[in-house]
Ligand binder design. Structure first.
Ligand SMILES: Cc1ncc(COP(=O)(O)O)c(C=O)c1O
Length: 417
């Protein structure tokens, strides 16, 4: 199969063909996946941060199967479906007012794309088409479609081929002084506020597990309000329990005008994302129907079986208090990794809930750690010089112990290499 893969499959993010390091996953149970050779791995990265409830949850499979057998989908552009309505309602319950209106897409990138357009169109239908700019922070990741990638451009030699107009990336939370970061946003909005549609941030940047402090988010909220700029929180990775609250912004008591969620919404069982906005944003479109409104959508927007998966996932999250488990297991993980800080090659350990990073002094060393972890039966993600851990929210204490012990060993070996 790997030979056929090398011949025919084009993997995302990868110019290269499969290599002996590629996991050909064939089954999964709980936090573990098994490959085609029968090797078993503890998945400390939840596939692509999306298998948030682990593998083999029959309740979700049954909810999807049941929906598929009755009605797999029906076009939301013209009609509606029971699970889409129920899930939009459930989202409103989870977010609380004023976030009352949900627009469904299929992936995080599509969600970001829709949020960018909603922001621009929102100002345009109210008579301010010049409010076009989208401001984001360095170090984030918002997706790979044209608008989404413009919020966090990848620095490659050919990235100029996929640029889009009207995007400004300011410094990011890797800058230790958050006051000066806020001052930079303020300066930008003072100069360009009347040409700015929205500021988009991740409350915890998923790529490197960098946390934006609550005070920063609150002051950013104030700043946006003063300048009439919409505030978008991209919670594609952090939403649905990952950081120890249902949504990461709920740690700090501030709210976005637009919330984007994805991965954890369906826990990897189907593909779905959601853009949840305030009634005020939606009503602006409704009041200005003559302006054509929000002309945007996808054939599979709000696919009925995907929405059924979302409903089953939220039931499980609530019944098993998995945000609480993410908080407790996350603390266990960060505490367990404290000894790593004494290693000369470890720059920092950080994170919130079950989104944790160990930053090393080089990408090569981080690659070595990732490889050693895999050889030892634990899958982690490497981004640049950092190892990112994001196990399923269902992870048990003994599994956190296994990740910690094996990671400390791999870090020590690489430190000595
Ligand atoms: C914060 C954030 N936004 C957007 C995306 C894009 O989501 P997708 O890969 O589903 O398009 C991701 C994916 O990693 C993400 O972490």
């Amino acid at each position: 199969m790997l030979a056929l893969d090398a011949e025919h499959l084009w993997h995302p993010w990868s110019p290269t063909r499969v290599n002996p390091d590629t996991v050909l996953a064939v089954s999964g149970e709980g936090c573990r996946v098994t490959d085609a050779d029968g090797r078993d791995f503890l998945d400390a990265k939840s596939s692509g941060f999306n298998a948030t409830l682990g593998y083999g949850r029959t309740e979700i499979v049954e909810a999807v199967t049941d929906q598929l057998s009755r009605l797999m989908t029906y076009d939301l552009g013209e009609g509606s479906t029971l699970p889409a309505v129920a899930l939009a309602r459930r989202m409103a319950d989870l977010t609380g007012p004023p976030l009352t209106r949900t627009y469904f897409c299929n992936s995080g990138s599509e969600g970001v794309e829709a949020a960018v357009r909603i922001s621009r169109f929102y100002h345009a239908v109210r008579g301010f088409p010049g409010r076009f700019g989208i401001v984001s922070l360095h170090g984030g990741y918002h997706g790979s479609t044209m608008g989404a990638s413009a919020c966090a451009p990848a620095p490659t030699p050919i990235s100029s081929l996929v640029t889009a107009p009207g995007f400004t990336v300011l410094s990011g939370p890797e800058r230790p002084d958050h006051r000066s970061l806020l001052a930079e946003v303020e300066r930008h909005l003072t100069e360009h506020g009347d040409q700015t549609a929205a500021v988009i941030v991740e409350p915890v940047q998923a790529r490197f597990a960098r946390v934006l402090p609550d005070t920063f988010l609150r002051e950013l909220r104030d700043l946006c309000d003063r300048r009439g700029v919409l505030l978008i929180f991209d919670e594609v990775t952090t939403g649905f329990g990952r950081t120890g609250r249902m949504f990461a912004w709920q740690h700090g008591g501030t709210r976005p005008d637009i919330l984007i969620t994805g991965k954890g919404l369906t826990a990897g069982y189907m593909s779905l994302s959601a853009v949840t906005t305030t009634g005020e944003v939606f009503d602006a479109f409704d009041r200005n129907k003559s302006q054509a409104g929000f002309v945007h959508g996808h054939t599979h927007s709000g696919h009925a079986a995907a929405c059924a998966a979302g409903l089953a996932v939220i039931d499980i999250l609530e019944t098993e208090d998995l945000a609480g488990n993410a908080r407790d297991r996350g603390r266990q993980l960060l505490t367990g990794l404290e000894p790593a800080r004494s290693l000369s090659s470890v720059r920092e350990t950080r994170g919130l809930g079950l989104l944790v990073a160990v930053e090393l002094d080089s990408s090569a060393r981080a690659s070595g750690v990732r490889r050693r972890m895999k050889d030892d039966g634990v899958l982690v993600r490497r981004v640049g010089p950092a190892i990112i851990l994001a196990p399923p929210l269902t992870v048990r204490s003994v599994e956190i112990e296994e990740i910690t012990v094996k990671l400390l060993a791999a870090l020590e070996t690489e430190n000595a290499a």
